[in-house]
Structure formats: C-alpha cells, structure tokens
Design a protein around this ligand. Sequence first.
Ligand code: GLC
Length: 664
Amino acid sequence: MAKYKLSDLTLDEKLHLLSGKDNWSLSDAGGKLPSVFLADGPHGMRIYNKDGSVRPATAMPTLSAIGSTFNRRLAYLSGNTIADECIEEGAGVLLAPGVNTRRSPLNGRNFEYFSEDPFLSGELGASFIEGVQEKGIGTSLKHYCANLREYDRFYQGADIDERALREIYLEAFRGALRSKPWTVMCSFTPINGIYASENRYLLKDILRDEFGFDGVVISDWGAVHNIYKSVKAGLDLTMPYHPDNYKNLKDAYDRGLLRDEEIDFCVQNLLTLCERTENDKKVITTKKEERHENAVAIAKEAAVLLKNEDRILPLTSGRVLISGSFIRRPPTGGGGSSFVETPYVQRPLDALLNEKGGATYEMPIGQPLDSSGRMPIGLRNLYSAAYGKDAVVLCVGEDNKIEGEGFDRTSIRLNPQTEQMILDVARINPNVVVLLYAGSAIDMSAWIDKVKAVLFVGYLGEGVNEALASILSGEVSPSGKLTESFPLCLEDNCAGRELGNGYTEAFREGIFVGYRYYDKFEKEVLFPFGHGLSYAELVYSNLRVEKQSETEYTVTYDIENRSDFDAMEASQVYVSDVFSMVERPPKELKGFSKDLIPAHGKKTVSVTLTPRAFAYYNTSLHAWHIENGIFKIMVGASSRDIRLAADIEINLPDETQYSVYFSH
Ligand code: GLC
C-alpha cells in the first residue's frame, strides 16, 4: 500500500516537487514527504557544510581505478563502503556511478569513468549500484548520456549515429540498469540536437519503455534549459533549486503547455523514491578503519604494471632513490564534484617501503618536481643522488589541478620539465622505475624506452601509498589492466585534437571507439586495452566452448601460475563476427573474470556468453540482431595478447534471418 499518494498533494506542492528545494534536497510538500538528500560522489561522500567547507570522508579509488581491477566484487565493495558514510550523513541517494565512455584521453573526467568499453562499464556499474543499494541507499547512474568532454560541457552537443549510440554510448547504461538504480542523472549534452534534459526519445522511449527504468530522472546540476519541456520529456527532477523553476512551470500549466498527467507522471516517480529511501536496510557495518582497509584492498588490484624490463620489479634488495612530491602528498582523485576530502594522514611512501624490509629507500634533498612541473629546488641533488644507486623510483604525473570536472587536458604528455627530468635521470642510472599517477592515457613516447619499468598508478584513493608499498616490495603482485587504450600519440586517438565547433561534435568514428578503433584501422598503440603485467608467469590453456543454446555458450579455460607469486588475473573473452553484413569491430569484450591463481597452482575459469555477446544493433530493424554464421571466441590476457581461440557457428531459424542473395 503506497504511503505517499498523488491525491494528498495540491497542484502547487506537485510543481514545487519537480525541482530541488535547495542545492541538494528534494522538496517535501510542506512536510507531507521526507526531504530526500542527494550527495556526491563516486569516490566517496562529498557533502558541503553551511560554511562551504566539505565534510571529511573516506577517499576510495576512482572508478577508472576500479575499472582497472576488472573485479565486480571490488566495484560492489566500494559502493557498499561509501554507503555506510551515506547512512552516517543522512544522504538518501549517492550521485554515482558514472559510466560514460572514455572516448578521448583529453576528457577531464575520464578518472570518473570505468572504461572505453561499454560492456565492462556496464558490468562494473551494475556491481557498484548493487553495493550501494544493498544498504538501502539509492544511486544515480550518470551522466545519461554521451557526456564525453568537459570542454564547453553545458552547451556543445554530440552528433552520434544510431549504431554508435546504441552499441557504445547507451550500452553501458543498459548494462548497469540491470541493478535497478533508483535514479538516473541526465547529462548536459545535446544529443543529436536535443538537450539530454528534454530529449524524450532518450528519457522515455529508450530509458523507460525499452530499458525498463522505473526510477527518477534527475537533471545534472544546471542541465535544464526549459523546465516545462523537460517535464514533458520525462525529466522528473530539475536540480538545483532556482526561484524561476516553479514560476515557469506554473506559467506553462496556466497556458495549457503542461498537462496534469505529465506532472503526475513525474511526481509519482518522486513519491516512489521517497518510499524507497524509507527502508530498514540502513545498517552501518564498517568502522572508519575498515573503510580505509577496503580502499587499500581495491587499490592493490588497481595499479597497472605496464612495463617491467629485466623483471626489475619487485625491488627486494639494494639501495633505491625515490623522488617526487607525490611520495608524501599522492593525488587520491581528480578535481571537481567527485573529489573527496579525506582526513586520512598519508604515511610517506618511502617510510612504508622501508618498513617492508629488503630494499632500502632514501630521498634526495631538495624540492622535487610537482605535477605542474613548477621548477624544483636543486635538481642536481636528485641527479647526484641517483648515480650509483641500484634503482631510482620517480613518482610523476597529474593531479586534480590537471584533471578534473569542468576542464579537459590540453595534452596527454607529461609537462616538458618532468619528461626532461626522467631522461636526465635515465642517463645517470639505467634502472629507472616510473610510478605514473593519472586518470587517463599518457603519451610516454618521449621516455618509455629509457626506463626499465612503469607502474600506472591511476588515482587510487587514500590507500594509494600502502598499496604501492605492497606492490613495489613484492608483497602483492600487480593485477590491474588498462580499461583505456594508450595511444602512441594523441593524433592516433579516434577524436584526436577535435574540439567540435561550439554547437556540436560529430563522432565520425561511429562504433569504432577505443580498441575497436585501433584494431579496425590496425594502428599500433603504446599499450592496448586490457594490458597489465603480473609478477607471475601465467599460462592459459585447455579452451572449451560449450553450447547451452543457439546463442548462449560457456567458455571454459585453465590458467596456470608457474611462479612463486600468488597472482590475481583478469582474463578477457572477446567475440568476433567473422562474416557480417555490416561493419563490426574486429573483436569486442563480451566476458571477463578476475581470479586468484595461487603460486604453482591452476584455476579453471568459466565465462558465460549471452545472446548480447553476438548481437549488433541493426538500423533497418531498429533492434538488436544476431546473424547466423561463424563467430570467433578469443581468450586474452589483453585485447592484443590473445592466448586461446575457437570458432562456433550460430544457426538460428530461417525466420529470424534476412536473406542474402548471391549472384549466380
Ligand atoms: C555536477 C556533476 C555531477 C554531480 C552534480 C552535483 O555538475 O556533473 O556529476 O553529481 O553536479 O555535484
């Protein structure tokens, strides 16, 4: 029996409900309803106090880092952990996760998104949502959709063909929606000429009628340009409060532009949300220190070992010089509404490393370079100290001054001073290990051949230094894998230096985004999607593909660990439609598994391929379609390190197929 009913509300109360009461809360119809409190963000709570300060909270790894874990359980764990702080702070909905596609490495918010691949983003987004909502806290799947740049984000549109919209930019949302987020947040972006906030095709025809979404559609903050048109298009809640919101709605209603049933449709969704937020699942199960440990555990599986020449890592002996401002003040996340003010006091990385024993670490005197390349103090101290050491660890990269909401990067290279410093140190000492902090791809072409190892740190939250100490010392083998292709240079990326024309940006590459693009056009990359090294030697074998039905298969394979290291491994299953009546990517990720392979042990991994693994969106049928024919199933350690493969043939009944006439 519904507790909150439309019939209990006056028209004025309904119109006020259609926009926020303030920056963060829903209206409460004069006390008839609970005033639901919305709070950022995907990496931990970000709640403002009345004085404008931000309340302290646990800084979890960013979604891009969670993406690199390829681990559904850790996505769930992060959401579950943040939910405890939502309960403590009285938030009813967490404004997360974001599942937008990492199309251009310039995008300032790539660190807030899981991947360039919609299947991976959808899977991890679904797990994150489950983790939060299992605790009776709602989520907001965002930013629906195609919010792929921060550059001119409020106004510049995206011109996207139907297959790309369906197979890439909507697909991550469709996948994540299986976890039934209580809300979806629409983006700022005009999609094919119509703002997302008033795009009925997206908000109703697709999101509700096709995808089955039954929650509340919230606008991004400031994304509504005409509130009554947004209500008519199915946008339930305009955020934040603005004094004109009610007036404009009332005017439209009085002029007959907005009908009662349109208002009631949106208000009913808001009443449902109010009911959902009043539940008995809000039980805090973690203490502060446990939340920190969860952040560390996720971080340990997120760092990506890109290069490890001569197996220089782990560093288990010798004298090591370590340098960089991030040793004491590591970036935990990127800038903007997802940034978490953690009270956690970082222990310096060198101190943590020295506690591990084995190698001994020391820092040069003087002020090292920081992310912006501001001139250091006494580089020569670094250079003279580097001479003769067994190894040099350089902590370099970006931070929330360079990557964040509201602005894009202008380059994917490190600043010139940092590149020069890496080259100078490498001339002095042949054993350079780079710890690279960033939320998106970095062009390392200027220096990658001069260093022995690169560990891509990403933004690992407050547990970053403990995680790095475990990995560098060999206590834990790295197991992160890239969820974004690293191109040899920005120009090689499908978006390149394109910035749009102020009105819109045409996504001319269509479905060929990320590894789909580099594979299709046979471009070399610096590091491919899915790449990440381990300390262990992992051997894949014994592939079996078992047919469960004409379009459902179980892919089983063995992974053997021929090393002394216990290792987690993210194995990936790709599918290719060998002969197709439309252009399709050479391979697409359609399954993955993260498994512990004990030292000298073996694990049998099993991944299920559902019909979605074979289908593409047919724009003549305006529906997903599976063609009969041969499909190649590939199992890889990365998208370009395919270890096992097998063909299957799909033969669906003739009535599901469309004739292909051959000239005789
Ligand atoms: C911002 C962001 C969104 C965030 C919201 C509230 O504009 O785009 O991700 O949740 O506003 O801060």
